[in-house]
Design a protein around this ligand. Structure first.
Ligand code: RB5
Length: 157
């Protein structure tokens, strides 16, 4: 796969080892920066990675900030992206099986490199289950459509 990777200063220390790990698994890695550990803003690097995935220039995205939260929130704003902050292998598996997530947000401050490598491995090797999850993922994606009027207020009441 082609994997776009990016971080902020809080995820920078894990970016290179995770990129190397991905290469060792045979993936092509597109490093979207940053180039140093200087303080920076995670939305800039989330945007670069997310747009590569959304355009099909990358198959998946890997993002690392302090918590994995802000960098995932930003990526998720890009149409076509389903980004999730993940702290466990089990959540990585479920994010793929149930939600067909295409970008994973890792915590560089609270999760070890070894655990993040296991999370990334699971994220890249687990297939979307489809079935009952397909319609739900389609309903996630309708939120990208500016013409989607929203679910009627009386729906489910
Ligand atoms: C940076 O201090 C920190 O806020 C950032 O890395 C991330 O955790 C935000 O969600």
């Amino acid at each position: 796969m082609r994997i776009a990777i990016g971080s902020d200063h809080a995820g920078f220390l894990q970016k290179a080892p995770i990129a190397d790990y991905l290469r060792s698994l045979g993936h092509e890695v597109i490093d979207c920066g940053p180039a140093t550990d200087a303080r920076c803003d995670y939305p800039d690097f989330a945007d670069k990675v997310a747009r590569l995935v959304a355009s099909g220039q990358a198959d998946r995205g890997v993002l690392i900030c302090g918590t994995g939260i802000g960098i995932s929130m930003t990526a998720d704003k890009v149409a076509g992206i389903r980004a999730v902050p993940v702290q466990t292998v089990e959540f990585a598996r479920l994010a793929r099986e149930h939600n067909d997530a295409n970008v994973v947000g890792l915590s560089g401050r609270f999760v070890s490199l070894m655990d993040n490598e296991a999370i990334v491995d699971t994220f890249l090797t687990t297939e979307f289950s489809g079935g009952r999850h397909t319609g739900r993922v389609e309903k996630i994606m309708r939120e990208d459509d500016p013409d989607f009027p929203g679910v009627p207020a009386d729906f489910g009441m």
